[in-house]
Structure formats: structure tokens, C-alpha cells
Design a protein around this ligand. Structure first.
Ligand SMILES: *Cc1c(COP(=O)(O)O)cnc(C)c1O
Length: 443
């Protein structure tokens, strides 16, 4: 396997002793955020200088390690675009929102988003090692005044304790791996004490911004809390340095399965060929591409947005063309709190009562003859069917298929279709009363 390039240090760091450079505390305390500091590393464009001098912009901070990955001569460098602000951040666009995923509305207690039946997202800090310009949580992230406190943490733990349907806790923020080591350990200990929490996950960009943080000591600590999974966030092959490869190797050896979440960003990674190289490089360092996200409708990120079709085109260029392990799912996170929705090319072209017509990645069109006789397993004796976990109000389309519900209706459906005739129909109500779920359902 070709070795990844050992990342260079920007010229101004040439004399920093290795012990300092490799110390994550040094990296954190030497982050750059002003025009003067950043200009010593890369010559700034007018647009960047203007943005850096604008009050009220989303926080800027970048580690010496990460800024060193930038080619200073290239104003379109893909790493640069992710962390150096430009004046386009000030532009508003149609449908722009502060909290496009409605996370605050879906929080039973502050900092805990419970959207899906069996898992929660727990925001444990608002701080990061560096700040992505397209951050979906820029409404809270980076603001030292918004940091979650001990009392809120206790409320989160209490909620988890009294909500046995939660079997998976995803720690995010902010970045959980910038927490003080003791705090992180305490947090994981408290979560692990709850018997119904089966898996813990961490979403972190620390390995990418500051691989020095992924020490053997940290890996040993994390390994005490297995099963623990971790997703990193790499968007471009230039971010895959020897340092990142080593950090991932340490985590993998500690038994932590690694995944990657990317965001599709205009001018950064909106290229099929680049994506193919990215996912192949990720699998070489034992990181499984998990999700590729459509950019959210978040303030300041308008200039990063691509058409959704770009993501479909990328998946078209990956599936079949490279290892299945290397193909992420392309996800549109539904504005208003719809959650993650996979979007992909169509492979099912047509069907009849006994045959389907499908196509492969090459455009080869074939048929699959379906069985004329199918004896299904027996749900009445199947112990999994008998013991399925209830998903109150959230069984969705699988609930319709299961026969649990007959329909899902949009809010206001009944009122709209009564068209004022409710009195007349109330008499017959008992005759036909199918079950269904929907916001407009008053039963
Ligand atoms: C992304 C997310 C999860 C985890 O989703 P998976 O598809 O299981 O990775 C859970 N809760 C919320 C609110 C999320 O945004």
C-alpha cells in the first residue's frame, strides 16, 4: 500500500519542537483566529479578510496542524474553504434557517435530541478543535456562553434512565473529544451505568483537526466502554495524512469500529472522481464511509450548497465501481426535523406480478423472475415477531406493511375532508373505525 504523505508543517512552525507539535494541548492553545495570525500562514483574499473582520460571524479557530494542510498558494484549496470564512457567508438564501433540523424542538431536555425510536443524540459540549464553516449547529457551537452545564447533563442522564426504549446514545456537540479527559471519562461512565444503553457512539472531527489527541491513553480509556463506535469527518483526500492514518490505526486496534461522515460541499468535494479516491483512501486506513450528507439549509453555508442530484451522481459513480464497503449512503437530513433520508439512483426499472426489471451500474438491464409460490415464515409463531420492540407513533411505513396501522394521514386531514359535514357522519362512526397514525388523529 502506498504510504500517505507525512503532512508538512506550515513554514512558521518549522522551529516548533516535536514534543510541542505532537502535544494536543499545544495544538489547542495555539489555534489561529485573527487576520494577523492567519496571514502569517496563508496570504488572505479580500473576501476572507472581510469575513474575518466581520463581527458576529460564526466562530473561527483552526489548529496549526490543520492549517498546515493548506496549500498557501491556492485560494481554492479544499481544506482552506472548510475553515477560513469568506464574505459569501453573509449572504442569505431562500429557506435558510437557524435550526434547520428542528433539533431544539425535538429535545425533551436541553442538549438531548430524541428523534428516532431507539436512539438519541446527546450534545455534550459546544466546543470543537476547529470550526467547519458549514456547521449545521452554528446556532450553538463555538459560543462559550452556550456550553452545557452539569445540571443539564444530570437532566440528560435522568431522561436516559427513565426512557428504556433508548438503546443507542450518540455523543456529539461540538466535539466530545475536546472535553477534558476526566470529564469525558465521567460522562461515559455515567452513560454505561444505565443497563438499557447497549451501544455508545461518538461523532468527532478531532482525529482530522488534531490527530495528536488520539493518544494511546485516550484509546485505552475509550476501550473501557465497549461496545463503542466512532465516526470521523473527512471531506477530502488531502485530509488523510500519515498522522490521521496513525490515529485511526490506534483507535482500530483499541477495538473501535470507525466510520466516516462527509458533507457534500461545492468546490470542496463535489466531484465523482475525487469522492472515489476519498472513499478508497478511507477504506485503506480502515475507516468505513458511512454517510455523505447533502449540505443543510443553515445560515452562512449557502455558498457550499450543491443540487441534490450531485450526490446521486456521486453514488452512481461509486456503487459497482468500487468496493461495496467504500460506498456511503447519501443522506438528505429532512428540514423541519424529518431526520436522515437516504437518496440514491434508481435500480428498479419496472415490475409486474411475477418479475422485476433492474439495471446494474453498467446499465445492464436484467430481469429477476419471482417465485410463483412463496410460503412466508409464520409471524404467529416467530419469536422475533412476538417480541418486537414497540415504536409508539413511529412505526411508519413498516407499521403499515406489518398491518399494525392502515394509514398515515397528514395533519388536518379529517377536518379538511369533513368539509363541514361532521354532524351527519358522527352517527355512523362506530361502523368503520380503522386504526391509523397521524398528527390530525384525535382518537
Ligand atoms: C444522526 C442522528 C442520529 C443517528 O442516526 P443514525 O442514522 O442511526 O446514524 C440520531 N439522532 C439524531 C437526532 C440524529 O440527528
Amino acid at each position: 500500500m502506498p504510504t500517505p504523505i507525512l503532512s508538512k508543517r506550515a513554514a512558521i512552525y518549522a522551529d516548533v519542537p516535536d514534543e510541542k507539535w505532537n502535544d494536543w494541548r499545544w495544538q489547542l492553545s495555539h489555534r489561529l483566529n485573527t487576520v494577523d495570525e492567519i496571514e502569517k500562514v496563508i496570504p488572505l483574499t479580500d473576501s476572507e479578510r472581510k469575513a474575518l473582520q466581520t463581527q458576529g460571524l460564526f466562530r473561527v479557530d483552526v489548529t496549526p496542524y490543520y492549517i498546515s494542510l493548506i496549500d498557501p498558494q491556492d485560494p481554492n484549496d479544499p481544506v482552506r474553504k472548510q475553515i477560513i470564512p469568506v464574505s459569501e457567508e453573509l449572504n442569505a438564501f431562500t429557506s435558510m434557517m437557524e435550526d434547520s433540523l428542528a433539533e431544539d424542538r425535538h429535545s425533551p431536555v436541553p442538549g438531548l435530541v430524541h428523534r428516532y425510536p431507539d436512539r438519541v443524540l446527546m450534545l455534550v459540549t459546544t466546543q470543537c478543535a476547529s470550526y467547519c464553516r458549514y456547521c449545521t449547529r452554528s446556532r450553538i457551537v463555538g459560543d462559550p456562553g452556550q456550553t452545557f452545564n452539569k445540571q443539564e447533563f444530570e437532566m440528560q442522564i435522568e431522561y436516559l434512565k427513565r426512557t428504556p426504549q433508548v438503546r443507542d446514545v450518540l455523543l456529539s456537540g461540538g466535539d466530545p473529544l475536546v472535553l477534558a479527559p476526566k470529564v469525558l471519562e465521567e460522562l461515559l461512565t455515567r452513560i454505561r451505568e444505565i443497563p438499557h444503553i447497549e451501544i455508545v457512539r461518538i461523532g468527532s472531527r478531532v482525529p482530522v483537526f488534531m490527530p495528536q489527541r488520539i493518544t494511546q491513553e485516550l484509546c485505552d480509556m475509550l476501550a473501557k466502554f465497549h461496545p463503542l463506535w466512532l465516526n470521523i469527518h473527512v471531506n477530502h483526500p488531502n485530509e488523510i495524512s500519515q498522522e490521521l492514518a496513525d490515529a485511526c490505526d490506534r483507535m482500530s486496534r483499541a477495538g473501535i469500529p470507525l466510520g466516516n461522515q462527509s458533507v457534500l460541499l461545492a468546490g470542496v468535494n463535489d466531484c465523482v472522481h475525487l469522492q472515489r479516491e476519498l472513499v478508497q483512501k478511507l477504506t485503506r486506513i480502515r475507516v468505513r464511509p458511512y454517510y455523505l450528507y447533502q449540505c443543510d439549509l443553515v445560515e452562512g453555508a449557502g455558498h457550499f450548497r450543491t443540487p441534490v442530484g450531485k450526490g446521486v451522481e456521486i453514488i452512481e459513480g461509486l456503487r459497482g465501481h468500487t468496493s461495496g464497503y467504500a460506498v456511503p449512503q447519501f443522506i438528505v437530513d429532512g428540514p423541519g426535523g424529518g431526520g436522515k433520508i437516504p437518496v440514491m439512483p434508481n435500480y428498479l426499472l419496472s415490475m409486474s406480478d411475477h418479475k422485476i426489471i433492474v439495471r446494474n451500474y453498467e446499465g445492464y438491464v436484467t430481469t429477476y423472475e419471482e417465485p410463483t409460490e412463496y410460503t412466508s415464515h409464520d409471524p404467529k409463531t416467530c419469536k422475533f415477531c412476538q417480541n418486537k420492540r414497540p415504536e409508539p407513533g413511529q412505526s411508519g411505513l413498516t407499521g403499515l406493511l406489518d398491518g399494525e396501522e392502515m394509514f398515515i394521514k397528514p395533519e388536518g386531514f379529517d377536518t379538511l375532508h369533513d368539509r363541514g359535514g361532521i354532524q351527519h357522519r358522527l352517527k355512523d362512526e362506530s361502523k368503520w373505525k380503522p386504526r391509523g397514525i397521524g398528527a390530525g388523529d384525535t382518537e
